[in-house]
Write a protein that binds this ligand. Sequence first.
Ligand code: AMP
Length: 475
Amino acid sequence: MCGIFGIFGHPEAANITYLGLHALQHRGQESAGIVTTDGRQMFVHRHLGHVADAFSETDLQRLPGHAAIGHVRYSTSGDSHIRNAQPFAVDYARGSIAVAHNGNLTNARNLREHLEARGSIFVSNSDTEVIVHLIATSTQRAVQDRIEEAMAHARGAYSLVFLTEENLIAVRDPYGFRPLCLGELDVASSREKAVLIASEGTSFDLVGARFVREIRPGEMVSIDRKAIRSTMPDLLAGLSVDHRLCIFEYVYFARPDSVINGNSVYTVRKAFGAKLAEEHESQADLVVPVPDSGVPAALGYAERAGLPFEMGLIRSHYVGRSFIEPQQTIRHFGVRLKFNAVASHLRGKRVIVVDDSIVRGTTIKKILLMLRHAGAKEVHVRIASPATLWPCYYGIDTPTRSELIASTRSNDDIRQFIGADSLGFLSMEGMLSVVDHSKDATRVCSSFCDACFSGHYPVPYDDSIPPRHLRLVGN
Ligand code: AMP
C-alpha cells in the first residue's frame, strides 16, 4: 500500500508535501519521496525509510517551486530498494514528467514485456514505471491525452498524481479501488488558493487545508496556472463496470480520522464492532482491543454488548526498525517489544479481545499467550472483519494463500491454533450492511471490492508471464 500527495500553486510546495506525507505515513514506511517544479525544471529527492528520516531541512530547501508531488511506499510490487522509491521522474522528448502511484496494476508484467520488445529499458521492477513508459511512447500531444492513452492500457488499481513543468494531474481508476481526494489551501501571500490532492483527507487537516471532495472513479483532474479542470476521459470511463472501493481501507488501512466515500472510517469501524457484538455475543467481564487497529471496533463492541471497555494491552509506539535483542533468547520477543498486558485489570477476568483482522494468525496467538500469562481466566477473540482467505492484487500486502491461516484451517482449527476459548468473525453480510451505498447516488463509489474475503476479483490478475529475475540489492 502507498500514500500519495500533490499540491499546485503554493510557494512552499515541498514543505506542505512533506507535512502531507507525514499524515500518510501509515500507508507506507519503506521509502518517501518528493518531486517539485518551478515551472522550468524538476527537483527530485527520494530516500528509504520514514518521512522524518528521509528529508533534512537542507533536502527540503533543495526542492524549490510552486508545485510538488510526494509518495510514501509500502512495497506490494517490486523490491524494497531506492530504485523502486517514488515518485518516478523522467525526461523524455516532450519534457519531464513525475508520477506517484497508489495501487497495483494487474497487467504490469504483460505491459512491460510488450514495452521491452519495443525497446524500452526499465531501471526498476515496480509496476509504476510501466506507466511512465506508456506515456513517453504515446502518440498524443497534450499530456492529459498521453496519460489517458497510457492508462487505457493499464488494468487494476491506480490512484495517481502526475507532475509536469506546467501541470498537476490526478487520476483515479474506473473502479475506484484506492481513495483519492481534492482539497484547497489559502496562500498567505496572495488571494489565490493552492489545490491539493491526497490519498486521505487527514493530510489536509495537518496542513490547514480544506477538504473539497473525493475524486470520482474514472475521473481526471488537471490543474495549471489558469484553471482546474475535471474530465471523465472516455478511454477510462469505457472500462468501467461497477465501482470497487477497497473495503479493507475501512477494516485496517486508512486512518480512523479519515473520511472515505463520505463515511468516517472511525464510525465505520465502531459499527463493524457493534455488528460483531450482535453476531457473536459472549458472557464476559470486559472488552479489550488490540491497539491501535482494534480500538474503534472494540469500543463499538463494548457499547453494543453493554460491557466495560479496558485498555488491557498497551502498545509501544517507539519500536524502531532495528533493535538489539538480548543474547539469551526471550520467548516471543518481537511481540513483547510492541505490546504488554495490564495484569491488574486482567487477572481472573473473562476477556473479549477485539482486533480488526487475522492474516497469518501469529500476532493474535502471541497476544493471547500474553493475556493468559497476565491471569486472564477466559479469552474470547472477536475479529471485526470476515476471515481473510485470498491475496490482494490491488495494492494491499496480503501474503500468498498458503500463508493466510483461514485459507487452510477451519474456524475451530484457528481457535485452537491461537489458543482462544472462542472465536468469531464479522460476517460478510454484517460488514457490507454497514457500508452499503448501492442506493445512495451522492456517494462517489456505489460498491466495494471484498476479494480478500470473498475471492471475487473484479479485475483478473495476469500472471501469465513469470516474475522478473532482476533483484535489486544494496543501496
Ligand atoms: P497476523 O495475523 O499476525 O498476520 O497479523 C494480523 C494483524 O496485522 C491485523 O490485526 C492487522 O492489524 C494487521 N494487518 C492486517 N493487514 C495488514 C497488512 N496488509 N499489512 C500490515 N499489517 C496488516
